[in-house]
Design a binder for this molecule. Structure first.
Ligand code: AP5
Ligand code: ZN
Length: 213
């Protein structure tokens, strides 16, 4: 099954992706995680991307499309995958469509996690993430079982560098200007399904499972 999680920064894409990995045994492809790994590794691409990410701006399409082309053709994507944080612009969506056509595969479902902007700031400023497996928690709304320890891999949790109230404003602006138009793009292709992302984490999970069957 090929799934895409769609929604504003902090809508819960990463949180829900972890449940889908467990249920369907397919990999999560998070362009944000891939870019952060490149920054950590100190690659040229990572250092270039960092300038955009620190300001809450989107990384150029050419960089992102190259990342996805390499990742989708890896062996572990053969049975399906979960796209998290990609595509984020119309040119990225068009490039994905072309790539998937060449690979003779298609997107089965796009799940839109609907969360209004006024809830996003609290979610992002209270977030704690795992630097090892990418899992997301929240100090209040979705706490780990042990304080600041990842439930999935036991690593110590950290605060993401771009999770500040100031950067969130830019990330939301980028989302509305460049990413939100993809809602109509995927609705027109008949694959869009909407979920109320403001409900409890477990309720959102159940809603998504119902849609995917
Ligand atoms: P990326 O890493 O993709 O960040 P993002 O889109 O801003 O999304 P987040 O990871 O912040 O949110 P999420 O929806 O995964 O929410 P989460 O589950 O963590 O991108 C970072 C940067 O990289 C971008 O700004 C850009 O510069 C660059 N980039 C990445 N991809 C790109 C692309 N394709 N093109 C160009 N540039 C790109 O949840 C958030 C918080 O809420 C957590 O604390 C969580 O515990 C909590 N929470 C989750 N669900 C609930 C719930 N139901 N109720 C209450 N709290 C909840
Ligand atoms: Zn972890």
């Amino acid at each position: 099954m090929n799934i895409m999680l769609f929604g504003a920064p902090g809508a819960g894409k990463g949180t829900q992706a972890k449940f889908l990995i467990e249920k369907y045994d397919i990999p999560q492809i998070s362009t944000g995680d891939i870019l952060r790994a490149a920054i950590k590794a100190g690659t040229e691409m990572g250092l270039e991307a960092k300038k955009f990410m620190d300001e809450g701006k989107l990384v150029p399409d050419s960089t992102i499309i190259g990342i996805i082309r390499d990742r989708l053709t890896e062996e572990d994507c053969k049975e399906g995958f979960i796209l998290d944080g990609f595509p984020r612009t119309i040119p990225q969506a068009e490039a994905l469509e072309k790539l998937m056509k060449d690979m003779k595969i298609s997107l089965d479902r796009v799940i839109s996690l609907n969360v209004p902007d006024d809830l996003i700031v609290d979610r992002i400023t209270g977030r704690r993430v795992c630097p090892k497996c990418g899992a997301s928690f929240h100090v209040e709304f979705n706490p780990p079982k042990s304080t600041d320890i990842c439930d999935y891999c036991g690593e110590g949790l950290i605060i993401r560098k771009d999770d500040t109230a100031e950067t969130v404003v830019n990330r939301l602006a980028s989302y509305h200007a460049q990413t939100a138009p993809l809602f109509d793009f995927y609705t027109a292709r008949g694959v869009m399904a909407e979920v109320d992302g403001t409900r409890e984490v477990s309720e959102v999970k159940e809603d998504i499972f119902k849609i995917l069957g």
